[in-house]
Ligand binder design. Structure first.
Ligand SMILES: *[C@@H]1O[C@H](CO)[C@@H](O)[C@H](O)[C@H]1NC(C)=O
Ligand SMILES: *[C@@H]1O[C@H](CO)[C@@H](O)[C@H](O)[C@H]1NC(C)=O
Ligand SMILES: [Zn+2]
Length: 524
């Protein structure tokens, strides 16, 4: 998937800037009281030890030979053009090659007695890693092998060359998402070579058609696991990153874990009326009726859901990253919430964070210059906020339109994903948060968000309530633009760090409960 959720973060920034202009006066008036509150707010939490898991840890230190092999394997993965052109047209030759390549670079993954490998729908891969403690609920690491197309135009190096230049590996898939495919397997391969046996079981799922819906890959794997009665504690997919230098107000990099995804619906509205000659027109035609209806839809925004999604927590937890007065405002959403709610509506992207959006995308009517149109059709594209349901949204639309002559037809629909928990008891979220703080000490805030795009993890909603989207990669604006774009690349150091992150995360998952300090509850 593309990092569409970054657009969300960018919207937040625009909202925050607007906020700065709009409420400075109010802040100054309330300054004294609020500063007091800010001052007594708990500071960055002290993280307790991993306890028993910490004592037997395998250090994330890799030899020179291992580091070279690691980057060479990624380059080779990039050279296979596993392109998904459409759901019917994926380069299956390259996908088959990829399947043959995996045992060559990760032999231990294929020869260890407690690991079971299955090929699903010919090109997707599922690894089951059986842990020694059956009492711990299993989890899953998810990634996808397919990539979006890339022509050579505009690339500094050919997109499927996997060339190394100035400390970077270039190529389609270096960020989306062969880096994850390779890093997950690489981390486990390195752990196995150090005789690691996990306590907690887990799955590695590698889909082959994420970019074109995941219907044959992830969806089939999910169905397979569901048929086996498997429940997962949590799943980690791509779709959140560490953002560095994105916003002028925030100096330090911060991590975004997406805890939900917006849903979508294409809705057709239609009005039929008796055809006739335009010389003696009726008072209203189908065009007039439908135009008035869609105009009402455009003029009447869907309810503002600020406070019902993760956006409020996101702003509160980022508060400390801003300087005065934004830090004070964001720390005190208990009083500034209503103003924030209004301000976030002002720019399209931040508006998309806080409500279901309605876009009129098509309007078709009329057959001849002098004929009363027998029918008029309009298509509306909706992106549904995770705190709303499809029937709710449909009802609101019918109430806004309020005209019985308008008929509705749902062309396609996709439920928003339920919000995965991000409180102090949410094991998957806390595990990610802790591992981020351990591996990326420069990251000062880990915040929840909603992903406005869609990822493979949505197919697993039946077997887990902990669906998290986070790729342990630091992105700067220019790297961000290379997703599905030109000169996609990853620094060798960033890739090694990703392997290290997974090496740590897999070991960290071997505890029953992530140690969370009491003082941390404020920013959860
Ligand atoms: C598909 O993959 C094969 C094997 O890697 C490659 O030779 C071929 O050029 C690719 N086809 C397309 C259309 O990309
Ligand atoms: C989840 O379960 C429901 C109800 O059994 C089923 O209709 C749906 O297809 C399942 N979803 C997926 C993605 O498998
Ligand atoms: Zn992707």
């Amino acid at each position: 998937m593309a990092p569409r959720d970054v657009a969300r973060a960018a919207g937040m920034s625009a909202g925050v800037r607007a906020l700065a202009k709009g409420v400075v006066g109010t802040v100054l008036a309330l300054g004294a009281v609020l500063l007091l509150r800010t001052a007594t707010f708990p500071g960055p939490d002290e993280l307790p030890d991993w306890g028993q898991a910490g004592t037997s840890r395998i250090p994330a230190q890799f030899s020179e030979t291992e580091r070279t092999a690691m980057k060479e394997a990624l380059k080779e993965a990039i050279r296979m053009p596993t392109v998904a052109f459409s759901s019917e047209n994926i380069n299956t030759t390259a996908l088959a090659e990829f399947g043959q390549f995996l045992p060559k670079v990760f032999p231990s993954m294929f020869s260890t007695s407690f690991i079971h490998h299955e090929v699903v729908e010919e090109y997707s891969h599922l690894f089951t890693i059986r842990g020694s403690n059956p009492k711990l609920e299993p989890y899953m690491l998810l990634a996808h092998i397919d990539v979006v197309p890339a022509s050579e135009d505009g690339w500094e190096v050919p997109p499927f060359s996997g060339l190394e230049r100035d400390g970077f590996i270039y190529g389609r898939g270096t960020l989306d998402n062969k880096n994850s495919v390779m890093a997950i397997l690489q981390a486990m391969e390195l752990l196995l070579r150090r005789n690691y046996v996990p306590q907690r079981s887990f799955y590695i799922s590698l889909g082959h058609d994420e970019e074109v819906s995941g219907k044959h890959g992830a969806q089939k794997i999910a169905a397979l696991l569901e048929s086996r009665g498997i429940r997962l504690s949590f799943i980690i997919d791509e779709g959140g990153y560490i953002f560095d230098s994105f916003f002028s107000g925030i100096e330090k990099p911060f991590a975004v874990i997406s805890v939900s995804e917006k849903g979508g619906m294409n809705l057709m509205l239609q009005v039929d009326s008796a055809p006739g000659h335009s010389s003696a027109p009726p008072k209203e035609t189908s065009i007039g009726i439908l135009a008035a209806a869609v105009s009402r839809l455009e003029q009447t925004p869907m309810p503002n859901m600020f406070g019902d999604g993760p956006e409020k927590a996101l702003l509160e937890q980022l508060a400390g990253q801003f300087s005065f007065p934004l830090n004070v405002i964001l720390t005190n959403l208990w009083i500034f919430g209503p103003i924030m709610k209004r301000i976030l509506e002002k720019t399209p992207v931040s508006n998309a964070m806080i409500r279901t959006t309605v876009a009129l995308t098509m309007f078709n009517a009329g057959i001849k210059v002098n004929v009363i149109p027998p029918t008029a059709q309009a298509t509306v594209n909706l992106r549904i906020h995770p705190a709303q349901t499809i029937p709710e949204v449909l009802e609101i639309i019918q109430n806004i339109v309020a005209d019985d002559r308008v008929q509705y037809q749902v062309l396609s629909v996709f439920n928003p994903l339920p919000m995965s928990p991000y409180d102090s008891d949410a094991f998957g979220y806390q595990l990610l948060r802790r591992t981020i703080k351990d591996v990326f000490p420069e990251v000062t805030a880990v915040v929840p968000a909603t992903c406005i795009g869609n990822t493979d993890v949505r197919h697993f909603a039946n077997i887990s309530t902990g669906l998290y989207r986070f790729n342990p990669v630091i992105l700067q604006p220019q790297g961000f633009n290379s997703f599905h774009g030109l000169n996609e690349k990853i620094s060798i150091q960033a890739y090694e760090t990703q392997v290290m992150f997974l090496f740590e995360l897999i070991q960290n998952a071997d505890v029953e409960k992530v140690p969370v300090p009491h003082s941390a509850t404020h920013d959860l």
